[in-house]
Design a binder for this molecule. Structure first.
Ligand SMILES: Cc1cc2nc3c(=O)[nH]c(=O)nc-3n(C[C@H](O)[C@H](O)[C@H](O)COP(=O)(O)OP(=O)(O)OC[C@H]3O[C@@H](n4cnc5c(N)ncnc54)[C@H](O)[C@@H]3O)c2cc1C
Length: 402
């Protein structure tokens, strides 16, 4: 933990200002990145999170090229690697018994893919936000939004773990508070796109597995994945439709997990007899995707709060990092037109990926259909990377005055 971050996490509400340019609610992939980018542009930013600094969250964490690209452009990739996050130099698709290997070519400052634990990624982003001048407070939650004339959001009412509250005014309140965003609910952010399907995911961390690269295993009705991560551990997940999970897995999740792995990735499942599961299995029962209007009078949304898609395509963090930059650019530019531009850019880059993800999450495909969906996904991912490369990289931290 950096000194700055340690100090910030020890203090709570007593050393924050009564007014900021921007208050960000939620300080993980989307929120910490947004706070960092705005801080680097000289804005006075407060980011709060009800969770603890450096804590884990329910999420597997395979980054796609677009996500790694953002970390590289922001100068954070070396830190991620220095935390022992292994390079992922190939992606292997297993369709039934067919194996398709795709090497990860180093280019555009991306030497490989990475899947940092959220305890690493989110902490690196928070430290970078603090270094950029943002105030970051953990174990502080949004209790309510403050409203002005005509209902415009004008700030937040915060509460620390001791129940102490503090009102903070801001020109803009950003909800980066995840799938069940309080900010989105309080401003009644309209849903602009709705997914129909939801996959369930069960995952655990293993040692003693000799794995090279991401492996995605697919059979009709089920999927499994292999994600190498920090500490020599390998994340193994099993996915089925939400309906299938309720009917066949929920009663005995460990047994269901091993059954799906054995069906979808038999060789991998056999190797588990020589491996050790570290910690408990973690489960996500599924949630249909949505896109919400991500801005309004005095407020904006970013990350899962604004746009959630099924984890089956492992793209949420990458998109959260992308949208943090799109939003930060719009905030610096200022005005409703810029925020409308943020929404348009996000939608232009996300709509097809969202729809493809929803169709994959249906588990209603045959193998040929799935391959076609993966081709479409790959095209969208390339388009996303090209779009971010076309933007000028956000500038270095500005020298700050008191
Ligand atoms: C099972 C599963 C597997 C996934 N696998 C992948 C994957 O492999 N790759 C990938 O890219 N994505 C994956 N995702 C998606 C990814 O987890 C999300 O897209 C990502 O976490 C979004 O980041 P975020 O910052 O928007 O939200 P979050 O990471 O959810 O952070 C929101 C933060 O807001 C805080 N918060 C909430 N309410 C309040 C409040 N009232 N006051 C203060 N703080 C608050 C929370 O404490 C939390 O820390 C997966 C998701 C799931 C569920």
């Amino acid at each position: 933990m950096s000194e700055g971050a340690r100090e910030m996490t020890m203090s709570a509400l007593n050393r924050i200002r009564s007014r900021y340019d921007v208050v960000v609610v939620g300080a993980r992939a989307a929120g910490a990145a947004t706070a960092m980018l705005l801080g680097r542009r000289g804005l006075r930013v407060l980011a709060v999170d009800r969770g603890a600094y450096g804590s884990d969250t329910l999420s597997t964490h395979a980054l796609m090229r677009a996500g790694v690209l953002q970390l590289a452009r922001w100068g954070l990739l070396e830190r991620i690697e220095s935390e022992g996050t292994p390079r992922v130099c190939r992606t292997v698709f297993h369709y039934d018994d067919e194996v398709l290997e795709i090497p990860v070519k180093p280019r555009d400052g991306v030497p490989a893919l990475f899947a940092p634990r959220r305890t690493v990624l989110d902490r690196v982003l928070v430290d970078a936000a603090v270094e950029a001048g943002a105030d970051v407070r953990h174990r502080v939650r949004l209790a309510d939004l403050l409203r002005g004339a005509g209902g415009r959001v004008e700030g937040v009412l915060l509460q620390d773990v001791d129940g102490e509250t503090s009102a903070v005014r801001a020109d803009l309140v950003v909800g980066a508070d995840g799938l069940r965003s309080t900010v989105a609910a309080r401003v009644n952010a309209p849903v602009t796109r709705q997914g129909r399907h939801a996959a369930a995911t069960v995952y655990g961390y293993w040692t003693g597995l000799d794995v090279d690269g991401y492996h995605w295993h697919w059979r009709p009705g089920a999927a499994a994945g292999v994600i190498p991560t920090n500490g020599g551990e390998v994340l193994l997940f099993a996915s089925v439709s939400g309906k299938e999970f309720l009917e066949t897995m929920r009663g005995d999740v460990p047994r269901g997990y091993r059954r799906v792995l054995a069906e979808v990735a038999p060789a991998l499942a056999q190797g588990l007899s020589r491996a050790q599961l570290v910690g408990p299995l973690l489960g996500f029962p599924g949630h249909a995707g949505f896109m919400k209007r991500p801005w309004g009078p005095g407020w904006a949304l970013v990350g899962d709060a604004a746009y959630f898609k099924d984890p089956i395509t492992a793209h949420g963090i990458s998109d959260a990092l992308r949208d943090a930059e799109l939003l930060a650019g719009a905030v610096v530019q200022g005005g409703d037109g810029a925020l409308a531009g943020y929404e348009a850019a996000r939608d232009e880059l996300s709509a097809r990926l969202f729809d493809v993800t929803d169709r994959i999450a249906s588990f209603g495909w045959d193998t040929a259909g799935l391959k076609a969906l993966h081709h479409a996904l790959s095209d969208e991912m390339k388009r996303e990377v090209a779009a971010m490369l076309g933007r000028s990289a956000p500038g270095p931290p500005l020298a700050r005055t008191a």
